[in-house]
Design a protein. Sequence first.
Length: 224
Amino acid sequence: MVGTPIGNLEDVTFRAIETLKNVSCIFAEDTRHTRKLLNRYEIKTFLKSCHTFSEISRIDVLIQSIGSGQAIAVVTDAGMPGISDPGSRIVQACRRAGVFVTVVPGPSAVTAALALSGLGGSHFMFLGFLSHKRGARKRCLNDWMDYQGPLVLYESPYRLLKLMDEIEEIMGDRNIFVGRELTKKFEETLWGTPSTIRLAFKGRAVKGELTVIIAPRTRVHGDD
């Protein structure tokens, strides 16, 4: 399981590069996306697609390949496989089959955003992507509204402003950190209440990868 950059292609470890060069095959969430990383570091390893909808069907192929003596790397488009991305089912299947699994750690949008927000502290709750369904999203926010640490989640640019409405409705004027396009050329970080975030996008479209952190009710940005 190999971590890859969340944006800037220079955010890759030496070990990740060497691993991707030396394995027999790379199973990638999107081969076109991963090809950009491989081209940047002149890596010629063969790629196979392994996205959310094909992960289960690829498991047998992967285990058979390892059984024949091949070393396989699993990557996703950004960050760590198996963290709100394909990969966890592969690890579980390998464990059941007695196949050795190890990790080459790398960047994570979760920890990058926490570091930038100043809310890292001693604990947090990662909620991943909330449901597309309004009722389920609201229930999740309601379930976690009293958690005494930051709530970290990923969100689509198409639903960010809707999320701000839902947070305001359920949690009130919580402080929120939004990291957009982290480590990329147009990186942007925003801090404020839901209304502040909405205002920041007035007159322009929300674009890019988003990591959202909801501050706990008792925490105010800047407090000691």
